[in-house]
Write a protein that binds this ligand. Sequence first.
Ligand SMILES: [Zn+2]
Ligand SMILES: [Zn+2]
Length: 166
Amino acid sequence: MIVQIIPIGLNKEEISTLPDFPFKYSVHENMPIPQHAHHIFRRQYDASKIVRYCAQYRKNNNLVLGIVSVDIYVRGMNFLFGLAIPALKTAVISLHRLGSANLRLYQSRVVKEAVHEIGHLLGLEHCPRRTCVMHFSNTLADTDRKGEWYCPECETKIREIFPYRK
Ligand SMILES: [Zn+2]
Ligand SMILES: [Zn+2]
């Protein structure tokens, strides 16, 4: 099992500054953003539609992680950093609100959001520990406070199924 990363509508700079992820992964060619996911009045994209769009590229028993730079939402939320649909083994994260002039900080945020959504795909729920990557991020401050990895209790639950890099 690996994570199939699918850049969606990213420009060259966004692709070249993606971090190295701490799991086994491949990077798909950049795909066009599905316009049916665009909400004209919100000027955002429906995250669940993007997840479904990404899921069609899933192979074998892999996980899929779409990466967009547009702002994403689901009904009832102003915005999302990411969305996972475990039944589809597919998630999406958005770079839109992770920006920083500090490249390492930006890349660390991208890693955290990716590792968080992969955790959901493997069955983890939100963790009350503020330093655990599975802690819910409402704001960038929450994201910056938490670590890039699972707390020991969360990691124990997924140890057998996580696509570790050897
Ligand atoms: Zn979450
Ligand atoms: Zn945890």
